[in-house]
Write a protein that binds this ligand. Structure first.
Ligand code: SAM
Ligand code: DTB
Ligand code: SF4
Length: 351
């Protein structure tokens, strides 16, 4: 067996990554699970919850995204949410077992004048005992430092696909713009969440080249979301070809192998996978998911189905490092979830 030092590498080549995709499926999943067990507790999955704090009317033209003003999807155009609403949603997320609260805005980038309110949101959500993650588009170095000062734990900024395929998906910014923001986040001392989408018509070479970009960042992103395209009516990719679930599982396995210390999130599109395919994703090293009935604007897997799946598979959920929930309370919350499934469907908390 290889030593951890040998596995944690930043010099992967695209050819080596392509070779991993060529390994027979069962061997690949076995290899991924073996590496996973060296760096993480087996049977443990981290849960995040998502909230769109500013929905729709985005000036960017990302072909996959229902929130782009360039497309004709039915996503409403909304203002930034009020702080009270965000806190309420964060409390609901925590009660449903999430340890991280991820907030997204349909922006190309935040304005400097948005930063004081965004910082207030970060402080308020942290007070609820949740890790915070924001995804607000491109950042200047100064903006990244302001977010760090407010206590932001993670910033999500996906590279989405390979540098070669990028301009076929987005024309209003460049791949390099994305990398620059990742640099600013890293320099500010915020943990990086960066991944991408499969199912947009990319080739296997594109998938390998996309992963190569992430796996040659030093250090690797702490969190790598792998999204399966959610095909939304009115977006240019609404009729994209389906991805074979086996190819999605392979993508998870290769991600795990080349970034052994990163959380690999089975992200958007999970609801289109069978329970068995999701179980294989966990086997292949996925150890993070979004829970809750909604992603940003599209439906997520049903909470009751997720609870049943995690329960059936005997999967535990991790505690956030910043969470103040004692382990016993967490177990109580989870057993309440497992025993009261009918009470737990996208519930609303009373004030
Ligand atoms: N506007 C910010 C940005 O683009 O960085 C933050 C929000 S944006 C919606 C966050 C990520 O959601 C995108 O980078 C993309 O990877 C993912 N996403 C958006 N639409 C999606 C879809 N239809 N299917 C899968 N993932 C999607
Ligand atoms: C990520 O990689 N996936 C999430 C999160 N980061 C922000 C977003 C998924 C969005 C799916 C489409 C929607 O719901 O609008
Ligand atoms: Fe805007 Fe982000 Fe959607 Fe692109 S992915 S259109 S930047 S919200």
């Amino acid at each position: 067996m290889e030593s951890p030092e040998k596995e944690l590498r930043y010099d992967w080549t695209t050819e080596e990554i392509l070779d991993l995709f060529d390994i027979p499926f069962l061997e690949l999943v076995y290899k991924a699970q073996t590496i996973h067990r060296k760096y993480f507790t087996p049977n443990e999955v981290q849960i995040s919850s998502l909230l769109s704090i500013k929905t729709g009317n985005c000036p960017e033209d990302c072909k996959y995204c229902p929130q782009s003003a360039h497309h004709s999807s039915e996503v409403p155009k909304e203002k930034l949410l009020e702080l009270d609403t965000i806190i309420q949603k964060a409390r609901e997320a925590k009660l449903s077992g999430a340890t991280r609260f991820c907030m997204g805005a349909a922006w190309r980038n935040p304005k400097n004048t948005d930063l004081p309110y965004i910082s207030e949101i970060i402080r308020a959500v942290k007070k609820e005992g949740l890790e915070t993650c924001m995804t607000l588009g491109m950042l200047t170095p100064e903006q990244a430092c302001k977010l760090k000062e407010a206590g932001l734990d993670y910033y999500n900024h996906n590279i989405d696909t390979s540098p070669e395929f990028y301009d076929q998906i987005i024309t209003t910014r460049t791949f390099n713009d994305r990398l620059k923001t990742l640099e600013h986040i890293r320099k500010a001392g915020i943990k990086i969440c960066s991944g991408g989408i499969i199912g947009m018509g990319e080739t296997l070479n594109d998938r390998a080249s996309f992963l190569h970009t992430l796996a040659t960042l030093k250090p690797h992103p702490e969190s790598v979301p792998i999204n399966l395209l959610v095909k939304v009516k009115g977006t240019p990719l609404e009729n994209a070809d389906d991805v074979d679930p086996v190819d999605f599982i392979k993508m998870i396995a290769v991600t795990r192998i080349i970034m052994p210390k990163s959380y690999v999130r089975m992200s958007a599109g999970r609801s289109s996978l069978s329970a068995e395919a999701q179980a294989l994703c966990f086997m292949a090293g996925a150890n993070s998911i979004f829970c809750g009935c909604k992603l940003l604007t599209t439906p997520n897997a049903e909470m009751s189905e997720d609870e049943l799946l995690l329960h059936k598979l005997g999967i535990n959920t991790t505690l956030a490092t910043s969470s103040k929930t004692p382990a016993d309370d967490r177990i109580a919350i989870f057993s309440a979830i497992h025993h009261n499934k009918s009470d737990h469907k996208c519930f609303k908390l009373e004030d």
